[in-house]
Design a protein around this ligand. Sequence first.
Ligand code: C2E
Ligand code: MG
Ligand code: MG
Length: 811
Amino acid sequence: MIADKPINLMLVEDERVVAFDLKNQLQSLGYRVGAMVGSGEQAVRQVADVAPDLVLMDIHLEGDMDGVEAATEIQARHRIPVIYLTAFAEDDTLRRALDSRPFGYLVKPWDVRELHASIQMALARREVEVAVERSELRLKLALEAAALGVFEWQPGQPRSPGDGGTAAVFGEGSLVAEGDREASFLARVNPDDRERVAAGLQAALLSDDARRIEFRTARDNGEPHYIEAHVKAHASRPVRRVVGVLQDVTERHKIEERLRQSSVVFHTAAEAILIADGERRVCAVNPAFTRITAYNEAEARGFDVDVLLRIQRGEQGSAAFFAELAANPDGYWQGEVICRRRGGEPFPAWQSLSVVHDAQGRVGNYVIAFSDVSEMHVVEEKLHHLAHHDPLTGLPNRLLFDDRIEQTIELARRSQQHCLLLFLDLDSFKVVNDTLGHVVGDELLRIVAGRLRGALRGTDTIARLGGDEFVVLTGSSSPEYAAELAGKILQTVSAPIRLGREGITVSGSIGIAVYPEDGGDRHALMRAADIAMYSAKAAGRNRYQFYSPEMAERSNERLNLEQGLRRAIEEDQLLLHYQPQVELADGRIVGVEALVRWNHPQHGMIPPVRFIPVAEESGVIDSLGRWVLERACREVAGLRQRSGEQLRLAVNVSAREFMREDFIASVLATLAQTGFPAAALELEITESTLQTIERSMEILAALKQHGIAVSIDDFGTGYSSLSVLRDLPIDRIKIDRSFIIHLPERREGMAIIEAIVALASSLGMEIIVEGIERREQATLLLGLGCGGGQGYLFSRPVPHPQLLDLLAGTD
Ligand code: C2E
Ligand code: MG
Ligand code: MG
């Protein structure tokens, strides 16, 4: 008796007498015989129900199943110990019995005490076995729970003994055939790691320390599979081995990898990143944060984020803002805030805020990323400026101006006030641009823009609309102010400009329109100012004019003129009249001035004052001028003074023609074609042509070289001082009609005429006076020393046939 409970036995014996005898013996020993069966089949069938502690089994049994077979089955299925009782002990039976791992083998006849001892031994052994089984099961469960595999390694041994879940750890699962399970441990290691692992195992084998070895598996099903082995040498006899556990650390590896990547992102990001705890206290900052704010991590740590960066989160304040953010399921916010750097300097920051919740759903951290967007703001401002300003002069462009004018008009409308628009166009800017090039033209515009800016009040707006057109908008409702401003602008524009070697003088023409009289909206007002500007140009330039309704009519006409002019040359509607130029002393005709006329099919004869400015503006003047010179040369060639000399021919030349690069070549070509002698040709240029450009000096010199004379037309109406003439190779001065118009009644002009005469004679220049209508004037001028004259007194400009009559003296 080992336990309090009687030990339950099962007897398997086909000889009933023997069986009963045995039962008696056993019962007398204190055992309980729970069952007594006569065949192997019966034993196997009943053993589960009987659940004996031990089976006593006869080997030779009647029936298909002998004792060894039945015992084997019982052992395997129920793990119940079996003791054989037999009369036989031949080698063959013994061997078979051994394979079934019996707990005892008694050969008949046996002693009762021997039987009792065998039963007790068997039960004790079984008890130990059960304990080992339990502990193994515990270990197995523990390994399974920890997803660990066990392995053993010993050098030179290709197969690993035992498995312990290794295949599962290697992620091989069903991929591995049963036979493969004991493949060499090293064969399962990724070839790239194999050498290192082998070295690690070898090292472990030689030392007593535990080691950790990490490696990738040979089969990875696509993505790398990481295993960690903890190994230690085991000094079992006869060979020393390495024993260890394996663990699949792929997941951990992935997380570590991701953490490593995140850490790199954190450290190298250009954006400042800050991690704060649930109370918004800074825990960590990245280098970009330090770069942007100048706070290092030690300085920032522990501070409330918004306090540190001095961020104002609107009216609600930071606490409410973050509370709302934390309550939001997304927990995300993005926007611009103003932060301050360590030194106090504010900067705009584009922030992204994220709430990180912990496993319990509480706010664990705030992650705040931001970038300094001040540069972006600067760029934005620049873009905005670019879009609204003229890149050449920096003045507002049309877009911005349109906006301003709308606002100003709206303001004036509401307050029932006026506002004024000035439209400025530079005179002869095209000449500068065409002759001196765009670089000089651009520079000129820049200088003019600068001067304009200086002339304005702070409340006035100026813009460049393109080309040489500028507009000024003034909220002032006083026309006097507009007139004063226009005068100031004209004055500042016409001050001489030095551009490299060139000295240039330009002037401007200004049109002024008043809201609401001249236009009720932006478009109408601009049109009115534009028309007034053209009117100022037509009236002789370098002046301003207020808009009047009649101007609109004229402006229309001007447009028609421009289109008609182009056709006029082709359709031969132009013709020349000639006005004689005489010697005041005796009235002899010494020359003629060619004056162009336009015989318009509908409007009749149009005087040049109406279409020459249009031709100049539109560029038609080039072909017109060529036509005039050629026609005049042809018609006047061969006409003689009374002395027999070739009659002198004066032809008017516009500034634009004169400055043209090919001007001299074209004049010479015409002379050659028509056979007109260069010495009898005189080109009339105006004072303003000389003023515009110093380059006229070169042209004048070249003309002189070819023997072509030059006279200054309308002298005295421009700004040039008499001293300018000193340096110029001019042959004749034509004193303007305005100086003599009131002679002899009013004598104011006489002093000037005297001065001009004195200067001219000292410079060897001749004088001719224009517009002499009365005999007294001629006499007076002769007395003052003027040599030549031209005017209605002698003859009006006449068509070619009449000129011939005049010359023949038949008229
Ligand atoms: P301009 O060269 O000063 O020509 C003189 C103008 O005065 C002419 O006017 C002429 O008819 C006018 N005139 C002459 N004598 C008298 C007078 O005693 N009393 C008055 N009241 N007027 C007199 P026109 O022909 O109408 O020409 C006007 C301007 O047109 C010219 O002034 C000239 O600058 C320009 N012009 C004429 N023909 C041409 C041309 O072929 N080419 C260019 N570029 N300009 C021309
Ligand atoms: Mg003239
Ligand atoms: Mg003149």
